[in-house]
Design a binder for this molecule. Structure first.
Ligand SMILES: [Fe+2]
Ligand SMILES: [Fe+2]
Length: 300
């Protein structure tokens, strides 16, 4: 597959990346599962030894190549400048979910979930499990940052598992060899264990690769409790919450809140097979919940 487009779109749909994550981290490996796992130890062992990279579709491989090539420390700084002033628009949370729902992928609309359906499935499972109201709401907003796609951001700058920039890459990041082409790999300052950071500086001070997580965290940071904000900001930071990497950058606050990021992950990853939620019927419940935490319009 050769892609020379300046703004290439390797994935057929954003879901393709999440489906790949689900293959890499099957439900039997989740840290927090509501039901006892049915997988046998032998099956789990087999999962552990599967070569996910070799089995990845060419579209997913190309997506990771572009992500690892372009996500430099300077690129992240530029995106913070561009987006985190939140000067693009003002809209309510439900309105943002409908706005995001315009994002129609190339894949079959009959079999795939819409963006709004994924948000509702995540939130509805949290609700069924009796989780706190702020967590249900966090589930509902967690992927609203994907509106970056509607503003022309390429897929590799919106989705993908995230990682710290400005320091050495963990080899537990998917497709680590693609980092060889990242200009930061040639900068010795960025290639030490702590890089531009201090030992134990806390993730607050770390510039993560740019994507929908960091953006939605910034949109919501004045409104949701810290546990929910951790879920938003780090839900794609699989090298941390699934691979236990980068512990040298963590502070006490990060260590304390990791349990919430872990608690959220199964709701994000394993609810897509559930029946399609009825957005119209659910809207009043969510409008009321949104109004408990957010003003009528917020800045995006
Ligand atoms: Fe996400
Ligand atoms: Fe999600």
């Amino acid at each position: 597959m050769s892609i020379t487009d300046a703004n290439p779109k390797p994935l057929q749909s954003l879901d393709e990346w999440e489906d790949f994550m689900k293959e890499r981290y099957p439900e039997s490996t989740a840290a927090v599962v509501k039901k006892p796992s049915v997988g046998t130890d032998a099956e789990k062992k087999k999962e552990e030894f599967r070569n996910y990279e070799a089995d990845a579709r060419p579209t997913v491989r190309e997506f990771y190549r572009l992500n690892h090539l372009h996500q430099t420390h300077d690129f992240v700084k530029a995106k913070h400048q561009e987006y985190l002033g939140l000067k693009r628009m003002q809209m309510g949370v439900w309105e943002a979910a409908e706005y995001l729902n315009q994002l129609v992928d190339d894949s079959d609309p009959d079999t795939d979930m819409s963006q709004l359906e994924h948000l509702l499935q995540t939130a509805e499972q949290l609700r069924r499990d009796g989780q706190p109201r702020w967590m249900i709401l966090t589930g509902f907003v967690h992927d609203l940052g994907k509106i970056l796609c509607l503003w022309g951001e390429p897929q590799w700058a919106v989705v993908g598992d995230t990682f710290p920039t400005g320091c050495a890459y963990s080899d537990k990041i998917v497709f680590p060899k693609f980092f060889e082409a990242n200009p930061d790999s040639q900068n010795p300052v960025y290639q030490t264990r702590t890089g531009v950071y201090q030992e134990g500086c806390g993730l607050d001070n770390v510039l993560m690769s740019w994507g929908h997580d960091e953006y939605i965290y910034n949109v919501c940071k004045d409104y949701l409790p810290i546990e929910g904000l951790y879920m938003l900001r780090y839900h794609s930071f699989y090298p941390w919450h699934r691979e236990q990497q980068y512990s040298h950058l963590l502070d006490e606050k990060d260590r304390k809140n990791l349990q919430w990021v872990n608690a959220f992950n199964p709701y994000d990853l394993y609810t897509k097979s559930h029946t399609k939620p009825d957005a119209k019927a659910l809207r009043p419940f969510y409008e009321e919940l949104i109004a408990e935490y957010f003003p009528a319009k917020i800045r995006w």
